[in-house]
Design a protein around this ligand. Structure first.
Ligand SMILES: Nc1nc2c(c(=O)[nH]1)N[C@H]1C(S)=C(S)[C@@H](COP(=O)(O)O)O[C@H]1N2
Ligand SMILES: [Mo]
Length: 217
């Protein structure tokens, strides 16, 4: 408690309501996928429990880095989020039940410095994505271990993937290994390669050349 995080912006509040809504809504330009396609850049990493850790580093409140092993994940509270997944390549997978650890629980355990504005979430093989710190305080942003009651399969991110329902799905790394607290925004893997920094599917923030058109974060 006493975690110094700023309140969510208005956009985040709206997004939260949408993400939590039981009524499914398809963002513009999206179609419903058949089944659940696996999409990623590069190979599926091999999971080695003895070598696996989740590192929280960068501008932590304590100045120390934190690291948690695979077994330690069980210590954190388990939560559930029901959400749709929207890939920027225009398919959506509706009504996924994600269970795991809310990122707000991680923030409570490893508080960021009060000046933290953004995070980079890191995955195996150097994949990364950037998000405003407010996104990690929302009750709909979850580090998922399970999907529809089953453990994640390797191709869908086992043992841990991030789910950020109100952003395009590239903002949800599979095979997460680290969260870096930042004092200024820094672009992640796809954001550096021409994709939109904010990735709101409801306003179709797909590509970085559109960034000048919008002011929302
Ligand atoms: N580590 C990692 N995570 C990733 C990706 C990736 O290439 N590497 N691709 C993203 C993209 S573009 C999408 S659409 C979703 C797809 O998730 P799924 O394969 O479980 O459907 O994973 C996201 N997470
Ligand atoms: Mo995607």
């Amino acid at each position: 408690m006493g975690v110094p995080v700023r309140p969510p912006t208005r956009l985040c509040e709206t997004a939260k309501v949408r993400a939590a809504s039981s009524e499914t809504r398809l963002p513009p330009g999206q179609t419903v996928a058949r089944g659940w396609p696996a999409r990623h850049y590069g190979p599926v990493p091999k999971f080695r429990p003895d070598r696996w850790d989740l590192r929280i580093f960068g501008a932590t409140a304590s100045g120390e880095n934190l690291s948690c092993g695979y077994q330690d994940l069980d210590q954190l509270p388990v939560d559930e989020v029901v959400a749709d997944l929207h890939c920027v390549t225009k398919f959506s997978v509706l009504r996924n039940v994600w269970s795991g650890v809310l990122t707000r629980s991680v923030l409570a355990t490893a508080p960021p410095h009060p000046d933290v504005t953004h995070v980079l979430v890191w995955a195996e093989y150097g994949y990364s994505t950037n998000l405003p710190i407010e996104d990690l305080t929302l009750p709909t942003t979850i580090l998922a271990t399970h999907h529809n009651g089953q453990p994640l399969t390797p191709e869908h991110g086992f043992p841990l993937r991030l789910v950020v329902p109100h952003r395009y799905a590239w903002k949800g790394p599979k095979w997460v290994r680290g969260i870096e607290y930042l004092l200024a925004d820094r672009r992640g893997f796809w954001e550096e390669r021409g994709y939109h920094n904010l990735a709101d599917p409801w306003t179709e923030q797909r590509y970085s050349y559109q960034e000048a058109e919008t002011t929302t974060r």
